[in-house]
Design a protein around this ligand. Structure first.
Ligand code: CKP
Ligand code: MG
Length: 312
């Protein structure tokens, strides 16, 4: 495997009409989950990606599994949990720009993941382990499983990539800050959004954030500033890579995952950190052009034509 990850994927029921959810009658049903989104992005670009998880012994679990497998992601490490159901969440569209999500994921199959679900070989043979801050927020055993996966990665010199993906409705702020800082300190690549970095470090200047991340031991920090692009910091190099222009944002959810897939894909292809950030920016932008978290993720042809168009 090039990249492996662990996390929860759920079925997202999105209201087809605008307004409060209590009045919604029609919903679309899509598969969503930050970690599997990144693996799908990598798989579309021809990289080998694997997802460790649990699903319930139910119809929605089958939907999640077959969708992710259908996208070419390795699901050999996905277990069926006989006790707990597959998680779901609902999306309420208040206006074309504003939406809210409601999770129904406590005591879900994936939140029941444990250290025993992590096969040492699976991580040891990968080039990168991708972690997000959602998984340790799911339960104490998920937190322990994440720590276990990271210690295996460290032992075998597998690089750890970390996207904090702060979800304040999953855990209390103090615990979130403590765990996110702890995992950042164990990471080689760190991909916070500017708001997430400010939450973690208490400073908003990207340069100061870059310095704080260095002090924690991160090799490559990339601070995302939305459509404007991202700052990157390594020991040798730093700078701002301007964002790719987007005509009209249709659905911003999943952009961060597309960005992570782009950065990891660039690094796997031997691009410089700067060019990898450029690929991340491009894919993040492409994801926002269509509804759904993964529908806008490009294959190689689409990615190449996107960059060729930019040059015209
Ligand atoms: O930070 P992003 O908008 O890229 O993340 C979106 C994902 O996993 C989405 O798929 C959802 O299922 C989640 O984040 C989550 O648990 O909130
Ligand atoms: Mg994110």
């Amino acid at each position: 495997m090039d990249v492996v990850t662990m996390g929860e994927s759920m079925v997202l029921f999105a209201s087809k009409s605008q307004g409060l959810l209590r009045y919604a009658n029609d919903f679309s049903a899509r598969v969503a989950g930050a970690e599997s989104n990144v693996m799908i992005g990598l798989s579309r670009l021809g990289h080998k990606a694997g997802w460790i998880s649990r699903i319930g012994n139910d119809e929605l679990g089958q939907k999640v599994r077959s969708f992710i497998q259908g996208e070419g992601v390795d699901i050999s490490q996905v277990k069926i949990d006989e006790t707990f159901p597959t998680g779901i969440f609902l999306k309420e569209a208040l206006s074309s720009e504003r939406s809210r999500v409601y999770y129904y994921r406590s005591h879900s199959a994936a939140s029941n993941m444990t250290e025993e679900d992590i096969a040492e070989d699976y991580i040891a043979n990968a080039k990168y382990l991708h972690i997000t801050g959602i998984t340790p927020a799911l339960s104490d055993n998920c937190y322990k499983a994440v720590r276990h996966a990271i210690s295996i990665a460290k032992k075998h010199k597998v690089k750890v990539c970390f996207d904090p993906n702060l979800r304040k409705n999953l855990w209390n702020e103090e615990r979130a800050r403590q765990v996110l800082l702890e995992i950042a300190g164990l990471s080689d690549i760190f991909l916070p959004g500017i708001d997430e970095a400010e939450f973690m470090f208490g400073v908003s200047d990207p340069k100061l954030i870059g310095e704080k991340a260095f002090q924690l031991g991160v090799g490559l920090s990339i601070i995302k500033i939305g459509a404007e692009g991202a700052y990157y910091f390594t020991k040798e190099d730093k700078g701002l890579v301007k964002g790719s222009p987007v005509q009209q944002v249709v659905d911003p959810v999943g952009a961060g995952d597309g960005f992570a897939a782009g950065v990891l894909s660039g690094l796997l292809d031997g691009l410089s950190p700067k060019d990898s950030v450029e690929r991340g920016n491009a894919i993040g932008a492409m994801v926002t052009l269509v509804p759904g978290d993964v529908e806008g993720l490009p294959d190689r042809n689409l990615l190449d034509s996107y960059f060729n168009k930019q040059e015209d």
